[in-house]
Design a protein around this ligand. Structure first.
Ligand code: SF4
Length: 477
């Protein structure tokens, strides 16, 4: 039996065509766990949308039947009566749709003197591609049922504004995408295309294992999808193909990709193939006696997002003593501002020569948010504004044999190991929320230790990377 197509099929395809293939055709035991945090984020989004839809649909007839065929029969009865319908079911062959609202409009159809269009409640402000595909899918499904395709469908956005989409303008793209989806439904497997968001995919482990097994070109860090297609069309499908390619002829087969870019990607391929790093620029890091490594942990499930731990590792003359790690922890939500200001005082009191390091853009975003919420002493802010982002330094200086340039991947290559086997930002959030519920218990103490150790290991890994980069100055350039 052919698999069903629903509005979610388009959503999954747009997120990743291979993920859709895995969902349909791969053994479920190969699927990794969806983290509790991800589940909660998803459920929270759905709950908001349902609440929004319900509040808008007070006058609509609701279809509450569980059985799909019965729900469709009931929906059709209500459609013939010309009622506005909430959560109706639309069915035609393998197509199944459950739009939030079916809205009657004037104009003949098989139903009589009226026909229907759809309206979906969304938490977004603007219409996205996912919304357009879903609305077009519903509109075509309606056409199969009522004999008339509605010209417009709409979303109700988070501000409760109706935003209309012209279905006809979108049909060519819709049919092209539908044709691709049908190939996947029939079993055709899309090529992998790894990106930084893949780590949240439940199929990440299975997918990376396959890419590694065949040395797929998608393992190249930050390879763009359009570049990937061009390389494949030019016969470069694996890391080894690229390592062996003749750079005198390759650029002629890769229109639109500059020679500098091809060379850079080839270096990346060489690093992966030989499992070694390549230094291509001298990292410039200040020499100083005091260095501080900073990392922040945040909970995106809290509203507003809570930044619950500022961790700092202080190194003096390159050494770490027993009190090197300092943690500024938010023990209850009311303390967020206090923890932030204590951290600011700590930064402010650092000796003048201290240099602060961090990895990635996130710390600056948090500093902006907390300053807007609670203020900050100007001397601390000016010290924090001068922090050195080691991610930027790394990207400029070294090509690592890794697909993702996360601190975890790079520090792991450098030999650093996190103490906790399941260390990850998402697990830390889970531990933090569990600890807040069980703070006084023995289990609570262990959770607190895990949270602090995870953050401490992050800042220690940042130091390992900085020492490595500083060492390149003399040793490898
Ligand atoms: S890991 Fe990435 S490429 Fe692979 S299936 Fe998941 S989202 Fe797609």
């Amino acid at each position: 039996m052919s698999p069903h197509i629903t509005a979610s099929t388009f959503y999954q395809y747009l997120a990743c065509p291979l993920q859709l293939w895995f969902e349909l055709h791969e053994k479920k035991k190969k699927k990794g766990k969806v983290s509790e945090i991800q589940k909660k984020l998803f459920e929270r989004g759905r709950a908001h949308e349902t609440a929004l839809a319900k509040s808008l649909g007070l006058t609509a007839a609701t279809v509450e039947l569980e059985d799909r065929d019965e729900a469709f029969t009931r929906t059709l009865e209500l459609m013939k009566e010309g009622k506005m319908i909430y959560q109706g079911t639309l069915l035609d062959g393998t197509w199944i749709g459950r739009p939030d609202f079916l809205v009657p409009k004037r104009g003949k159809s098989r139903l009589g003197g009226h026909h229907y269009t759809v309206m979906d409640a969304k938490l977004a402000r603007e219409v996205t591609d996912e919304h357009r595909f879903q609305l077009a899918f519903y509109a075509l499904l309606l056409e199969k049922i009522q004999g008339v395709r509605p010209r417009y469908a709409a979303i109700i956005n988070v501000e409760r504004e109706e935003i209309r989409v012209d279905i006809n303008e979108f049909l060519d793209e819709f049919h092209l995408t539908l044709a691709e989806i049908e190939k996947i439904l029939a079993g055709e497997k899309p090529a992998p295309f790894l990106s930084s968001s893949c780590k949240e995919s439940p199929w990440f482990g299975a997918c990376v294992a396959e890419a590694l097994a065949c040395n797929d070109l998608s393992l190249l860090h930050k390879l763009r999808r359009s570049e990937y297609e061009k390389f494949r069309n030019a016969g470069i499908r694996t890391i080894k193909n690229l390592v062996d390619a003749d750079l005198r002829v390759l650029p002629n087969r890769l229109a639109g990709i500059s020679l500098a870019r091809i060379e850079r990607l080839r270096q990346q391929a060489t690093a992966l193939w030989e499992d070694t790093h390549i230094v291509h620029d001298t990292p410039e890091l200040p020499e100083t006696k005091v260095e501080v490594y900073y990392d922040v942990e945040s909970d995106p499930l809290a509203s507003p997002e809570r930044h619950y731990l500022h961790g700092a590792l202080v190194s003096k003359k390159g050494k770490l003593d027993r009190s090197a790690y300092r943690a500024f922890l938010v023990r209850n939500p009311r303390e967020e501002g206090r923890a932030w200001l204590r951290f600011c005082v700590f930064i402010q009191k650092l000796p003048k020569e201290a240099v602060i390091y961090h990895y990635g853009r996130y710390e600056h975003q948090v500093i902006r948010e907390l300053t807007a919420r609670y203020g900050a002493p100007p001397p601390a802010l000016s010290r924090l504004a001068e922090m050195i982002d080691l991610q930027k330094v790394t990207q400029r200086s070294v090509i690592f044999p890794v697909t993702f340039y996360s601190l975890k991947d790079i520090a792991k290559y450098l030999g650093f190991r996190w103490r906790h086997k399941e260390a990850s930002g998402l697990n830390s959030i889970q531990w933090y929320n569990n600890w807040r519920e069980q703070a006084g218990s023995a289990g609570g103490k262990k959770m607190l230790r895990d949270i602090l150790e995870y953050n401490e290991d992050d800042v220690r890994a940042t130091k390992v990377l900085k020492d490595f980069l500083a060492g390149l100055k003399t040793a490898e350039v």
